[in-house]
Design a protein around this ligand. Sequence first.
Ligand SMILES: *[C@@H]1O[C@H](CO)[C@@H](O)[C@H](O)[C@H]1NC(C)=O
Ligand SMILES: *[C@@H]1O[C@H](CO)[C@@H](O)[C@H](O)[C@H]1NC(C)=O
Ligand SMILES: *[C@@H]1O[C@H](CO)[C@@H](O)[C@H](O)[C@H]1NC(C)=O
Length: 517
Amino acid sequence: MFLFVALFVIPCVGQTAFAVDSSYVAAVYEHKVILNPEPRVPLSRRDALQHMQKNLDIYEEQAALAAQQGAQILVFPEDGIHGFNYTRSSISGYLETIPDPQEERWNPCAEPDRYSNTEVLQRLSCIARRYNLYLVANMADLQPCPMKTEPSSLCPPDKHWQFNTNVVFSSDGLLVARYHKHNLYFEEAFNTPPQAEVITFDTPFAGRFGLIVCFDILFHNPTITLVKRGVRQLIFPTAWMNQLPLLDTIQFQRAFSLGANVTLLAANIRDDRLIMTGSGIYTPDSATYHHAMRGDPEEGRLLVARVPVLDPLWVGQGGATEERMSLGETTSSVAADSSYCHRGSCADSRPPASTDPSPHPTFTSSMMYDPFNFVLLDETEDELRVCDGTFCCRLQYKWKSQGQRKELYALGAFAGTHTVNGRYALQVCAVVRCADSEASSCGQEVEEAESKMDFVLEGIFETRYVHPSVLASRLVLEQPEKLDKTADGRVAMKHSNMTGGLVTACLYGRMYHLDNK
Ligand SMILES: *[C@@H]1O[C@H](CO)[C@@H](O)[C@H](O)[C@H]1NC(C)=O
Ligand SMILES: *[C@@H]1O[C@H](CO)[C@@H](O)[C@H](O)[C@H]1NC(C)=O
Ligand SMILES: *[C@@H]1O[C@H](CO)[C@@H](O)[C@H](O)[C@H]1NC(C)=O
């Protein structure tokens, strides 16, 4: 593992033209959270509030700065008010009972006396109201058990629920949405909600937004459920530990927005010890992001960008159908749900063997704890293929610099279920720079590279959810020059004229339909 500590903001890709009336200004804040140094020791409500008000003071300053830049919506990260590593009991001083905005209208700033023990909700509501912007924050919710509709047999032994929760306030302070995180990541203090919640809210400036938290982004519920319902603007508070070469924050944020053809407003925590940094405002055509690098001061970062409205109803393009929202118009006629085709029928549409380049020796090396099959890129230009079972990846490449290339690269394929720190089924094609000159180092974490190539990376996937990314040296994103998807599940990513050395080029396919098999 390594730490990133420097920062930069790079509006890295071309601006799309859009009319003034179909765009809005979004802001995300990467927050260096002030932590409770002893999270496992219970403390009084008064002490917990004193701690949280320190983080909320920073939220207030940033809301003022965002408002000055015209922000209409501002997103804060997961765990940004209370911190991490509480136990179920030690977090108790931090909990508030958040009323369900689908059941009642409550403006905590305007009506502070309706509920006691809601100081955090009141403060957030007043910040939204004072700075006249929609505000999304993450906090800890305490709900009695059973809640309205569920059977009491689901109740935790201590007869209440504790949820990792996003709250949203409108620009006059009204609590408009509450979402309980579904996919927890080692969070002892919290429960998984008894039913996966699919929560959206509507704004006057950009239509509908959907809510997810951190690890949720890798799973069908609620993320893909939202996308299938036509929600094209997702809000993503996170506390994400970076993991190269495939799941660095900005790399996957960019990849998800492109793969699902949505806007993603991503706010991460900044904490060097926990390897957390990387936030951004992504649309399918643009990215405004920040990733700290080693040696940077450990501090927060506000990002503000004007982006186009993607909500099809708001834009007035007519109803959002599931097919329109799916990846790639050409694929919508195929494919039930999350798969294009099944094993067997897919095999028939693979590239004919006669077009395959001569076989290269393959080797297996672990990448992100998964056994990838790799081939080395050892020519000046070449065409390669590598398979994992019946899943195959192809690469055409040509190095840009003709001089002595010292860096080793490999093309890898993996089809299977990732099982370390979470269980999820994948089909992945990736070109990676290896950590040193040994093949066994391929798949390890690498942050810098000098070599540039023009390439086409392609695979035939049994899912429509394939997330593409090109990550260049020192955590710089490049927008893939061209993405092609065809009805047989083929995804091809073409890229040339790189501005930085290549660290990873990846097609990350999520096989949601196999997660529970
Ligand atoms: C939380 O716990 C993990 C695992 O025990 C540890 O690595 C991490 O440093 C802790 N974080 C904080 C903020 O104490
Ligand atoms: C993404 O959405 C836009 C509409 O905002 C649509 O024109 C485009 O075809 C979609 N792209 C893909 C790959 O589905
Ligand atoms: C890449 O650079 C070459 C040479 O400068 C140029 O001819 C070509 O049009 C560029 N391609 C793209 C996609 O920008």
